[in-house]
Design a protein around this ligand. Structure first.
Ligand SMILES: [Mg+2]
Length: 332
């Protein structure tokens, strides 16, 4: 009984911290929210939904000693929601499954809840259910639901001749991650550089805009690195690509990190967790593309080729080489 009661109190604390739907009959689209055996969703007949789940594990995705609990809460929801953005979906609801050690159920959990709440408010999402359990390390699993106002933009729509674009700039999160891995994160000079790693900006509005824009043919979010996610898009579409190294918009690396071997080009090419959008567009439509949308740069970085050409990286001197995916892969 005691275990049950404290489990219930944890759920109650999370429910209060994060925007949520509880009980029955509060919202037409959620006839039953938190508190029953399952949530019930009432979808409009014409609506399509994008659904995805994502796990964040202590010592795999983050180090509890280096990353604040507030950021773990924010980022757990952000990275799952980025997959909705990559489909062009409007984020709506999420489920949270959380396992953690007893000593994390106090201040750590409160800060985690505040961070997750900040993300939920930014993305317009409501918590509709979940689960808590005890475990020696922290495990966060988030399932997200997004409504598709337009047809979903898949990875598989690219054709030879399309142009290749990326939003924002790449490599900032990977630079932050490298700072943590090298134990430099306590150095005051480098602390501000951790923000893109701890609080990634995800492209929800841009994803919906691009899904609705004529000529956009395929889209993916860059979660595991440009070289890896471009390979995924090309494989899904059955195409190859030419990527110009010099065109890739990249993070600016301070001189003190360049001296330590940090390389902006490599961070931008292979570094993960920027959550920018990589997309292709038909050549005729892409001519009129703006260089930025609501302040987010949209940069042409290459073009799509027949699959037989492979994925080639064009160097500054014009030489090209086959590009191997060297981003994040759990099983490599
Ligand atoms: Mg993705």
């Amino acid at each position: 009984m005691r275990v049950k009661r404290s489990e219930a109190s944890l759920i109650e604390r999370i429910r209060r911290a994060v925007p949520s739907v509880s009980g029955a009959g509060r919202r037409a689209d959620v006839p039953a929210g938190i508190g029953d055996d399952a949530a019930v969703l009432q979808f409009r007949r014409s609506a399509r939904w994008a659904v995805s789940c994502d796990s964040v594990l202590e010592n795999i995705h983050f180090l509890a000693g280096a990353q604040p609990a507030h950021s773990v809460g924010y980022k757990s929801l952000a990275r799952a929601t980025s997959d909705l953005a990559a489909m062009g979906a409007a984020p709506k609801f999420f489920l949270l499954s959380l396992a953690l050690p007893a000593q994390r159920t106090g201040a750590w959990l409160d800060a985690f809840g505040k961070g997750m709440s900040q993300a939920a408010r930014e993305f317009g999402m409501l918590l509709i259910g979940g689960d808590v359990a005890r475990h020696p390390t922290i495990l966060v699993s988030v399932t997200v639901f997004g409504e598709l106002p337009f047809a979903a933009r898949m990875r598989s729509g690219a054709r030879a001749g399309d142009l290749l674009f990326v939003s924002g700039r790449l490599g900032a999160a990977a630079m932050g991650n490298e700072i943590v891995l090298r134990g430099l994160h306590r150095t005051a000079e480098f602390k501000p550089l951790l923000r893109p790693l701890f609080y990634p900006e995800i492209r929800v509005d841009l994803g919906m805009h691009l899904a609705n824009r004529r000529g956009v043919s395929a889209m993916i979010d860059i979660s595991d690195g440009l070289s890896t996610d471009l390979a995924r898009l090309c494989a899904a579409s059955g195409v190859g690509a030419r990527l110009r190294l010099e065109s890739i918009p990249r993070v600016s690396v301070p001189a003190s990190l360049v001296q330590r071997g940090f390389n902006a080009g490599q961070l931008a090419l292979h570094g993960g967790e920027d959550y920018e959008l990589l997309f292709t567009a038909r050549r005729a439509a892409a001519k009129n593309f703006p260089a930025a949308w609501r302040g987010v740069p949209l940069t042409r970085i290459g073009e799509i080729t027949p699959q037989s050409r492979g994925i080639r990286l064009i160097q500054r001197n014009g030489r090209s080489e086959l590009l191997r995916p060297r981003g994040w892969d759990h099983f490599r």
